[in-house]
Design a protein around this ligand. Structure first.
Ligand code: HEM
Length: 270
């Protein structure tokens, strides 16, 4: 039996690839409260998942633009699984009572997950656009430029709709030429296209499979939002947020914006 390699001329190759030392040097809690570390690290883990989901959704867009629908389903399926990991990460905070949170909450100042640029980018890709929400990044040119570009670029849903038009579904020009930076306006023609697609529910219908893969992503993203709201209600009730909003009430309103809306409304008709 051969054992693993134990001698390396330089850095351990695992560290060179994973950058584990760098990752583990990034935790800088602000208080001496032992519970703060899980708050900080769960936030960092979630940031990484936001980034991974963004990576997959960008790949989905690339494949949709190439009219490779089966190809686009693969990164969507991965996205769903990553979002499951993201949602499971909430478990690391379920121990936290209001008094546990209060022990370090003051140290956060005005910092809030609301200011996560990666989360905002993910929302834009999912079609939840809001020009106002990139304002916090105005003084960080790199983030601001990236988010402004993402705001003005088509969302995954825009790319799906454009692909359906190329495949002969009757999508009016006004839908295809709508300025993507604005808040998405639902259209009955898009809903009708999905009703038609769902009428052919054979497993080898790529558009039907795409619809279900997109639904999984929307549902899992909704799970994250719901668990976030529950964590907020559990640890701070209806107090105002550190980011300056009314807290749970603001989040409830933000959650009302639906991801891939016609894919849901079509189900009433099918
Ligand atoms: C118990 C822990 C948490 C509490 C009490 C909490 C509280 C809040 C509150 C009150 C808001 C609304 C904005 C504000 O005024 O601050 C918010 C937004 C947000 N938080 Fe948290 N949060 C928690 C954990 C997390 C974690 C671990 C993450 C992961 C990075 C996160 C990410 C976000 C994001 C992305 C938003 C913006 C949501 C949107 O735009 O709809 N939060 N949070």
């Amino acid at each position: 039996m051969t054992g693993p390699i134990l001698d390396f001329p330089d850095q351990v190759p695992y560290d060179a690839y994973v950058h584990a030392s760098t990752l583990h040097s990034l935790q800088q809690p602000l208080s001496r409260d032992p519970g703060e570390m899980s708050f900080l690290m769960v936030s960092q883990v979630m940031e990484l998942y936001f980034g991974l989901a963004r990576h997959e959704l960008r790949d989905t867009q690339r494949l949709l633009r190439e009219d490779d629908v089966w190809g686009a389903i693969a990164p969507l399926r991965r996205t769903k699984l990553h979002l499951e990991g993201l949602v499971a990460a909430w478990n690391g905070l379920r121990w936290m009572t209001p008094s546990d949170f209060n022990r370090f909450r003051g140290q956060l100042g005005e910092a809030s997950g609301f200011q996560s640029a990666m989360y905002r980018h993910l929302e834009f890709l999912l079609g939840l656009k809001s020009e106002a929400l990139i304002r916090p990044f105005k003084r960080q040119a790199d983030l601001y430029d990236e988010l402004s570009t993402a705001l003005a670029a088509p969302s995954v849903w825009d790319d799906v709709t454009a692909m359906l038009a190329r495949r002969g579904f009757e999508i009016p020009a006004e839908v295809l030429t709508a300025h993507p930076a604005g808040e998405y306006a639902t259209h009955p023609a898009v809903e009708k296209a999905w009703v038609e697609i769902y009428h052919d529910d054979r497993g080898d219908n790529p558009l039907y499979a795409l619809g279900e893969a997109l639904t999984d992503v929307a549902e899992e993203f909704g799970e994250w939002r719901y668990k976030h709201l529950t964590a907020v209600q559990r640890t701070m009730g209806n107090k105002a947020g550190s980011g300056g909003s009314s807290g749970a009430a603001w989040l409830t309103r933000s959650m009302a914006k639906v991801v891939f809306p016609e894919l849901w409304s079509a189900r009433t008709v099918i």
